[in-house]
Design a protein around this ligand. Structure first.
Ligand code: CUA
Length: 316
């Protein structure tokens, strides 16, 4: 959060510097006073043990001062932060804004571009935005939860916003730099809360449009070889109860949409990089990579594991 790269993160950054300056000032004053008092009233010799310290019964002036001054400081902190919160929440989105519906699950992110008809997981792609003028293109994010409370947080792009069951929250990002930015769930949501990671890929508007076009194409069903056997095995086993593959009868919504699986960088919401090896390990037994996740060990035969992995590798 100290290297903000989007409009919202910059706003939060400047508010937090003011808060940090005020609290650092308080810290320094209190520390100096403490050191001074410890030194000034230290035990100077055995004669001090017998002396009774001066007894003071209240002082209206001092008590007023240490009540009123903190109230004023807290008031300033409230005003500084609520102004920033208000500016962020009241931001009007331009008509060209990208819209994403982000749904938190235990323990992954469902990513839906409803207008474009794209569904993916754990990775957002958004266009880079200019600070002013025609090239300004923020992304609005609608946040929902399928089960418990999660929290969206990508420190370099946006502050935290909770995903609450039966409630629709929203936030927005407006990145000024290209690159891949890391986020994570910021509200404890169960066993694999720590492995509920999120990536935001910020790219040139042209590259973003290209990505959208790629994602819209349903994957082709493999016709030959191991992948074709895997395709068959995928539809014969219970994979399709939980997963969707565009253009097929697989329409499960409990687990991540697999239509464009191989366009993603990680598996298991960031638990490992997505490679043929990690994919095979996942199909073999997801519980070894991500203990406690809701995909059980399917007890597949080795031949089925190989074939299904080969099929999944074609989904791009
Ligand atoms: Cu989801 Cu923590």
């Amino acid at each position: 959060m100290f290297q903000p790269l989007s409009r919202q993160a910059e706003m939060i950054h400047s508010a937090s510097l003011v808060v940090l300056a005020i609290t650092a000032g308080i810290f320094i004053v209190v520390s100096l006073l403490l050191v001074y008092v410890v030194w000034k009233f230290r035990r100077k010799g055995p004669e001090d043990d017998l002396k009774e310290p001066p007894q003071i019964y209240g002082s209206t002036h001092i008590e007023l001062a240490w009540t009123v001054v903190p109230i004023i400081i807290v008031l300033v902190l409230i005003l500084v932060t609520s102004r920033t919160i208000g500016e962020i929440q009241n931001r009007k989105m331009p008509p060209n804004a990208v819209e994403i519906r982000l749904i938190g699950h235990q323990w992954w992110w469902e990513v839906r571009y409803e207008k474009e008809g794209i569904v993916t997981a754990n990775e957002l792609h958004v266009p880079v935005s200019q600070r002013t003028g025609e090239g300004m293109r923020p992304t609005q994010i609608f946040l929902e939860s399928a089960d418990v409370i999660h929290s969206f947080w990508v420190p370099q792009l946006a502050g935290k916003t909770d995903l609450v069951p039966n409630k629709k929250n929203q936030t927005w990002i407006e990145p000024f730099a290209k690159g891949t930015f890391f986020g994570n769930c910021a509200e404890y949501c169960g066993t694999q809360h720590a492995n509920m990671l999120l990536r935001v890929v910020v790219e040139d508007p042209e590259d973003y449009e290209k990505w959208v076009q790629t994602m819209k194409q349903p994957p082709a069903a493999p016709q030959t070889g191991l992948a074709a056997q895997g395709h068959k095995a995928f539809f014969e086993n219970s994979c399709i109860n939980c997963h969707t593959v565009d253009g097929t009868i697989a329409g499960g919504v409990y687990g991540p949409d697999l239509s464009k699986l191989m366009t993603r960088q990680t598996i298991g919401a960031g638990v490992a990089p997505l490679t043929p090896e990690t994919l095979r390990a996942w199909v073999r037994d997801p519980q070894t990579l991500k203990t406690g996740c809701f995909m059980p060990d399917m007890k597949l035969l080795d031949s089925e594991v190989d074939a299904i992995t080969a099929y999944l590798l074609t989904l791009k």
